[in-house]
Design a protein around this ligand. Structure first.
Ligand code: COA
Length: 309
């Protein structure tokens, strides 16, 4: 969907959306395609790239807030469709921090020796969860999936450090109020957007910039790496102004900050792996580079991961 498509839906303009968010287009999955379907495709390509047989995967972690069903997990759907006979599969509900949370879980499990090869995927069909009558939110979101195989035999390369933090007091800043056990659907429920994403954009904006910068500093400190050594920052793609403010706080030049928000909008848990994959395929990451990934989202929850490529 282009900005011109939104001009027909709500009172907005290409100029407003471009200058306030940096977004020009988003990808929208067709009606029949689920978050699980997108995850299966992303995982298939990640396994191929890693040259990893499906039988070797012993854990699948799916970051999503848009699972195929209320029960069971999206991960169990993906496990069945992809065919992972030797894995345990579960979801992580951490909104836009879903992939970073998955990486952190994978890294800890590998360090502990519990699992050896782990598939981490972020997948979201946010279009199913978006109120296309609310101009404050509908222009922001898109659908996507991205995946990575995490394994523990890369010497001094790999995930060096991760950091996760949340503050549930801020949950009313970004939520969908109706549809859970707090406010279940009633037989006379009439659409008013309360079961879709609602957000206080300007408050989320301020917290995002502050906490993403802090999260990156935390993973750098843990690993004893300086901000000046980072080759590429791969931030959650929520708003170009957030990304620019983050770069300024970290004193990292924008040429070292990856952006693809213009083409995809905010794809929640899929945003970081999608950006990482594009940056990698574009040849922007070389062996030995320090890559810092960072995200924040509804919860509020945020986190970062520092990787030596
Ligand atoms: N088109 C035109 N006008 C719009 C609009 C749109 N699509 N969306 C909002 N506006 C209007 C508002 O109604 C408001 O009008 P008012 O002053 O008459 O009330 C005005 O623009 C300014 O709104 P405000 O919310 O202050 O704008 P902003 O500069 O903060 O930008 C966001 C809004 C949502 C783009 C920005 O706050 C943002 O990106 N926040 C973070 C969101 C985010 O990252 N969320 C995901 C977390 S994972």
């Amino acid at each position: 969907m282009t900005n011109a498509d939104f001009e027909k839906l709500v009172d907005t303009s290409d100029e407003w959306i471009t200058t306030r968010t940096g977004i020009k287009e988003r990808r929208i999955a067709d009606d029949k395609m689920t978050s699980g379907d997108m995850a299966v495709e992303a995982c298939r390509r990640a396994l191929e790239m890693a040259n990893c047989p499906r039988e070797e995967i012993d854990l699948l972690v799916v970051g999503t807030v848009t699972p195929d069903y209320r029960l069971p997990s999206c991960a169990c759907v993906v496990q069945e469709k992809l065919g992972l006979p030797n894995a345990v599969a579960f979801d992580v509900v951490a909104a836009c921090a879903g992939f970073i949370s998955g990486l952190s879980i994978a890294s800890s499990f590998i360090e502990s020796g519990a699992y050896k090869k782990i598939l981490v995927v972020g997948t979201e069909k946010l279009s199913a969860f978006t109120n296309y009558k609310d101009r404050n939110t509908c222009v922001l979101f898109g659908d996507a999936a991205g995946a990575a195989v995490v394994a523990g035999d890369n010497g001094d390369r790999g995930i060096l450090s991760t950091y996760l933090k949340s503050d549930g007091r801020m949950r009313p800043l970004l939520w969908a109020q109706v549809g859970g056990t707090a406010n279940p659907y009633t037989p006379d429920f009439q659409f008013n957007g309360s079961d879709k994403i609602w957000m206080n954009g300007s408050d989320v904006f301020k917290v995002a910039v502050r906490e993403m910068a802090d999260a990156i500093r935390k993973v750098l400190d843990k690993a004893g790496v300086k901000a000046s050594q980072i080759s590429l920052v791969v931030p959650h793609q929520a708003n170009i102004r957030i990304i620019e403010a983050l770069a300024k706080r970290l004193k990292v030049d924008m040429s070292r900050v990856y952006r693809n928000i213009e083409m995809f909008g905010n794809t929640s848990a899929a945003s970081v792996p999608l950006a990482l994959d594009q940056a990698n395929r574009a040849g922007m990451i070389k062996e030995g580079d320090y890559v810092a990934m960072v995200a924040f989202g509804g919860g509020l929850i945020w986190g970062a991961a520092l990787v030596r490529w």
